[in-house]
Design a protein around this ligand. Structure first.
Ligand SMILES: Cc1ncc(COP(=O)(O)O)c(C=O)c1O
Length: 400
């Protein structure tokens, strides 16, 4: 039987069974639902997109997968070339992997080994943010800061390798003043912290982070697994402040196949480029550079560029602001909007218990968590569909 994610199997309600998916819609036997979650924020072009389907089918005729150990192939080469030219600055060196968590692991390993290769062996610590979420593997759990996901780590006690700070510049400066000699990197979900509660913070924090990283030689890592490909209203936050290592996942393949990439800049890459075999990056997920994933990723990027997705995202944001304007309920602590993300934070999680079924009955799939009722819609959503998602969120507070 299936063991479902983040669920107490004994008490979970049975999941809605999807029999078809197309555009922004998920179909069950008896309902058509707008997917307001985009399958965990990844399906930016919607489901069953003809061009994405065709990209996979064409590659499938050739081969679906060959390993990158000792072999290479055109889809992986083309995707790394595309990312190299498309991403800002000298973020040129693409290490592929099969999921966002693994790609963050790779970034953290790169940052550590970069300094170990230089014999700066005291740099074993990572600076991370409070409420951070970077994945569910062990090191990503350690740099994450969310009890609800990762309380099992308490079994090990407090880590001496990670320090968490709030997204305040004074805290950042203080942490650098205290730990800079021991830090290998600062890792952040830039501007928008997703699974930690759709928390939004100011670009000035990232600008100062860049300055401090430069001043002290610490690597800056952006985990844009969730924020990348337009979610914040920027193509990448890395377009505004340049990191040394950038991690992309989720929407990389338009949500079609699990795949991710850790992109390093020249300085990082050169820290491994050496005659010494011990200085190599010892990592190699079996499915890295999967040919179907790379083919669909290339097509997804092409659609993103050709169809001016940033304008669509700005429109989604404008409609969301318009619909949420003046909306208030005493149970609501805050409504946050950034790009194609809206979050209603309530004081007490009990006040959104039951929302998922309420939305289901009104033709919307939603997955609130803790105190957060949110939507991260596919970018192809039409205005009336988006209004329906937002009205359903508001209706919950008006009716219940
Ligand atoms: C910011 C961030 N990093 C990493 C991950 C992990 O990605 P994956 O679920 O593909 O392992 C997530 C997933 O939600 C995420 O939001």
């Amino acid at each position: 039987m299936i063991w479902y994610p983040y669920e107490q199997m004994k008490t979970m309600r049975s999941p809605y069974k999807i029999i078809n998916a197309e555009g922004v819609y998920l179909d069950t036997e008896d309902r058509r639902l707008i997917d307001s979650v985009s399958s965990w924020w990844s399906v930016i072009h919607g489901y069953k997109h003809p061009e994405l389907n065709a990209a996979i089918e064409t590659q499938l005729e050739r081969f679906s997968h060959v390993m990158l150990g000792g072999l290479t192939h055109e889809p992986a080469q083309r995707l790394s070339d595309k990312l190299q030219s498309w991403l800002p600055g000298d973020l040129d060196y693409c290490f592929f992997s099969d999921s966002g968590s693994v790609a963050v692991e790779v970034a953290l390993k790169m940052a550590l080994q970069f300094f170990m290769n230089r014999k700066e062996t005291q740099r074993t610590m990572v600076l991370a943010l409070e409420h951070a979420y970077h994945g569910d593997t062990f090191k990503t759990m350690e740099v994450g800061d969310d009890e609800d996901y990762h309380f099992v780590l308490n079994a090990y006690g407090k880590s001496k390798y990670v320090v968490h700070i709030p997204t305040r510049i004074e805290a950042l400066e203080k942490a650098f003043a205290r730990y800079h000699e021991r830090l290998n990197c600062l890792i952040v979900e830039p501007l928008l912290q997703g699974a930690g509660g759709m928390r939004m913070y100011d670009i000035s924090f990232l600008k100062r982070a860049r300055e401090l990283c430069d001043q002290y030689g610490v690597l800056l890592v952006f985990d844009e697994v969730a924020t990348g490909f337009g979610r914040t209203g920027n193509r990448f936050v890395a377009d505004l402040v340049l990191p040394d290592i950038l991690v992309l996942g989720k929407a990389l393949t338009g949500g079609y196949i699990g795949h991710a990439v850790t992109v390093a800049n020249r300085r990082v890459y050169e820290g491994f480029y050496d005659d010494n075999p011990a200085h190599a990056l010892m990592h190699g997920p079996t499915f890295m550079g999967n040919a179907l994933a790379c083919s669909v990723a290339l097509k997804s990027i092409e659609l993103f560029e050709k169809q001016d997705y940033l304008s669509r995202i700005h429109k989604i944001e404008a409609i969301t602001r318009r619909e949420m304007k003046g909306f208030f309920d005493p149970r609501i602590k805050e409504i946050r909007i950034m790009g194609a993300c809206v979050c209603i934070e309530v004081y007490d999680s009990a006040s959104i218990a039951g929302y998922q079924q309420f939305a289901y009955e009104r033709g919307v799939f939603s997955r609130p968590f803790l105190n957060y009722l949110y939507a991260m819609v596919p970018y192809i959503i039409k205005e009336d569909e988006l209004v329906k998602v937002l009205s359903t969120m508001k209706a919950w507070f008006m009716i219940m």
